[in-house]
Design a protein around this ligand. Sequence first.
Ligand code: UN1
Length: 494
Amino acid sequence: MSDTTTILERLGIQSYQGGEALHSYNPSTGEAIAAVKLATSSDYEAAVAASTEAFSRWRLVPAPQRGLIVREIAEALREHKQDLGALVSLEMGKILQEGLGEVQEMIDVADFALGLSRQLYGMTTHSERPGHRLYEQWHPLGAVGVITAFNFPVAVWAWNALIAAVCGDTVIWKPSEETPLTAVAVHNIAQRVLKNHGFEGVFTLVVGDVPTVGEPMLDDRRLPLISATGSTRMGRIVAERVGRRLGRTLLELGGNNAIILMPDADLDLALRGCLFAAVGTAGQRCTTLRRLFLHRSIADAFRSKLKKAYSQVRIGDSLAAGTLMGPLINARAVANYEQAIQAIRAEGGEIVYGGSVRGGNFVEPTIAVSKHDMRIVAEEVFAPILHTIEFDHLDEAIAWNNEVPQGLSSAIFTTNLKSAEAFLSPRGSDCGIANVNMGTSGAEIGGAFGGEKDTGGGRESGSDSWKAYMRRQTVTINHSDALLLAQGIEFNFD
Ligand code: UN1
């Protein structure tokens, strides 16, 4: 496809011709797009060496100056937004609007990181001793390992890398093996800026497999923090292995997100919110709406509206104009979709819309009528399958919202203040994200992003998530002439 060639050329990507190559496939067509050199163990070692060398200098650059370099990266991303967005769409399969949105998310984080570079505040408090000053300061942590997933192949790297960079860390990036090209493109863009400042090693990219790159990262004491996005299964392995060496982890794992639809809700608003949250990115966001709790009094009517809306979702090539839902990432994802459909039927659920594979990696967005306690309902299936579940009382819906192992995102649609506040109260949603009158996905970067329980507990992107990338140092300075001990201890030796 000549369009593809032009995009790759403009982004400076040349297909690798050698033996140890990783091929990237367009999930819409199954065709190979280009190949990338697969990293060896010595490539990994070289990346860690470059990263730790760069850290020894980067940590001494004042944070606001680091911010200015990140600002240049933001400018470079702005220049390449169209091509990068198209490449994300081509390689990952999300529609172009969402591909562009993902690049915008990187730009937004870069802008946030620039401001943050002047706001890495430490607090000061009053010492109990006269002539003493007590305060906290935040120092860079070191070379940080960032492992990203295919579904947000570049934005999640930016959440981590651009914040870590203003904090004074360097970053070693292991992207998903499904999406190496977007990683190479983004890395090259950032690299051109860093090179101008003599800081190439601040970001290193290692496109490699789990045994050669992923596992060594987990065991590598030179990487004080591993930030990983992916399945709960993967997160458990990361937490255990990194925990064994008492390293830090920042985990952003599976979600099983729900919306509670109250009878007093604005149903047109809710329809739009549910549609984007359930069908957007073909159900492959960690924030995708998977469970819709419908108040019994409006359940049938809303399900009919939803089915009508689903019938208007055009499924097709991710880059084609008018497509609202692209393909799943690969054949394994399609098989998981089919298994989940079977499991729903086997457990007594009913498929009332969709449920079939269209060919290739394309599947139909699916609506099921399910029960809250079906086993399959507790699982995160990375596909556009929406369980609709009827409830009678808000308390019951909140309990069901919370009963799954995951705890990422949640929402309620209501015009009743009391219902909204109950959902947000300590007896309400147990998730890291709780929305009112909007869907579960599409969070802004300014908030802290992440969730509880099997979602891993990490927070990334906005707010004070930066603290995860720094080490805190508590400092006490004695500017008196006496050596006073805290807690009033006397310790005299003559
Ligand atoms: C993810 O799916 O891993 O809130 C991240 C959202 C996006 C990020 C999703 N801003 O849906």
